[in-house]
Ligand binder design. Structure first.
Ligand SMILES: Cc1ncc(COP(=O)(O)O)c(C=O)c1O
Length: 420
């Protein structure tokens, strides 16, 4: 179990984690905003990019740019090698058995829609059930609603408790012979809850369902091993793990990917085309129609190498200590309520301030150079569970420091002064 998965009270500072050196890897962190040093606490929305990722993309365009897979010329071969090398890196990052189990997609949203419209749609009858939880991002709700409208399947919602933890017993009660598919966040973007995913996978499999885990918020913070998790599908999105936007990964067990119909038709996903019959390409290319985001994939590989070199356990440990510190600092302030107090939590501090709209909180913090997110965080049902419409969310990453938390606490006190 990683340090981030232990109780908050266990947190101790880590001495071997050189956060100042890491900050030096991210050029944007040295800029100012509104005349103040940038304090970037909006990592759950998107993370900043280290120089190694920016340089890898620049170097690709300067020295190897070409379309992949179809060319015999030097640049095409180089670009293809770099793209497939990135897939192999992501295989290591996710602990998958083979590179063919990784499909490059635009991001988590596309991966969930892809699985919904291929494996699940092909295996669903009217009246069958799909289970998600009350913690999901809209991208893990709406694709299932669309599918249910198209097929007559029924969407079931596993509840959460007041701390924002999945109620496992109630989840288990929802599972039955009609349950065909379960799709759950590994880590909640709105509250930071880390779900007990291995138990969830076992429960889903015990009733004969397949399961997908949405790892958008897990990948930058926790070591992931899809084989240990035994999930059928797993998805991550590059831009939240220090890579470019527009690129992500869908992992699927090989036999499932093989059995699935294609998602989109076009070039690259075929072996041969005649007007009478088209033969599809082998996996993963069957799911990569059209020219992919080649530079993005290569950038994602560079980001994964960067993170693996620092070590996800070291990152989790650093963030865990910051989360404990931030929790303490915010709770010292009268009028602040933390939304999401799960025992197993990633580095997200979602909170409300009595009598102040989160939008005003965000605006005043911005004047101090502090970037946080305010709103429903694309998780309106989660907000509704707490009887609120929005929170202010400070989400941390490996480059954040205790000074960032101190700045946040000072900013929050200022908000209360202004509106108090
Ligand atoms: C838990 C979770 N799932 C899915 C997504 C969607 O990711 P993307 O917009 O990169 O597809 C997000 C983005 O915030 C998220 O936090």
């Amino acid at each position: 179990m990683s340090r981030a998965q232990t109780a908050l009270s266990d947190a101790t500072p880590t001495s071997d984690f050189d956060v100042e050196r890491i900050r030096g890897d991210f050029p944007i962190l040295s800029r100012t905003v509104n005349g103040k040093p940038l304090v970037y606490l909006d990592n759950a929305a998107t993370s900043q990019k280290p120089a190694v990722v920016i340089d890898t993309i620049k170097s690709y365009y300067e020295s190897s740019n070409a379309n992949i897979h179809r060319g015999v010329h030097h640049l095409s071969v180089k670009a293809t090698e770099a793209y497939e090398r990135a897939r192999a890196t992501m295989q290591r990052f996710l602990g998958a058995a083979r590179p063919e189990e990784l499909v490059f997609v635009r991001g988590t949203t596309e991966a969930i829609n892809l699985v919904a419209q291929t494996w699940v749609r092909a295996n669903l009858d009217r009246g069958d059930e799909i289970v998600i939880s009350h913690l999901e991002h809209h991208s893990n709700i709406v694709p299932w609603q669309l599918l249910c409208e198209q097929t007559g399947a029924v969407l079931k919602i596993a509840p959460i408790n007041d701390a924002g933890e999945l109620m496992l017993d109630d989840f288990e009660k929802l599972l039955n012979e009609k349950t065909k598919f379960v799709s759950m966040a590994h880590v909640s973007n709105a509250l930071g809850t880390i779900n007990p995913v291995r138990q969830i996978v076992d429960l889903a499999h015990a009733c004969g369902a397949k399961i997908m885990l949405d790892g958008a918020q897990a990948a930058p913070h926790l070591a992931i091993n899809v084989r240990d998790l035994d999930c059928d599908f797993y998805t991550i999105t590059g831009h939240k793990m220090f890579a470019p936007t527009g690129i992500g990964i869908l992992y699927g067990k090989h036999d499932l990917l093989e059995a699935m119909p294609p998602y989109q038709g076009g070039g690259e996903m075929i072996l041969s085309v005649t007007f009478e019959k088209t033969v599809y390409n082998k996996v993963p290319h069957k799911f990569e129609a059209g020219t992919p985001h080649i530079a993005g994939a290569i950038g994602l590989g560079a980001a994964a190498e960067y993170v693996m070199e620092i070590g996800l356990d070291a990152i989790a440990s650093h963030e865990h200590e910051l989360l404990a510190y931030g929790t303490e600092k915010l709770l010292e302030i009268q009028g602040v309520t933390l939304i999401g107090t799960a025992r197993e939590k990633a580095a997200i501090l979602s909170f409300t301030i009595e009598g102040v709209h989160p939008h005003d909180v965000g605006t005043i913090l911005d004047q101090e150079g502090i970037a946080v997110r305010t709103g429903h965080h694309c998780a309106q049902p989660t907000m509704e569970r707490y009887g609120i419409t929005a929170t202010t969310r400070a989400s941390l990453a490996l480059y954040n420091t205790r000074q960032d938390i101190d700045a946040l606490a000072v900013g929050v006190r200022k908000v209360i002064e202004v509106f108090g």
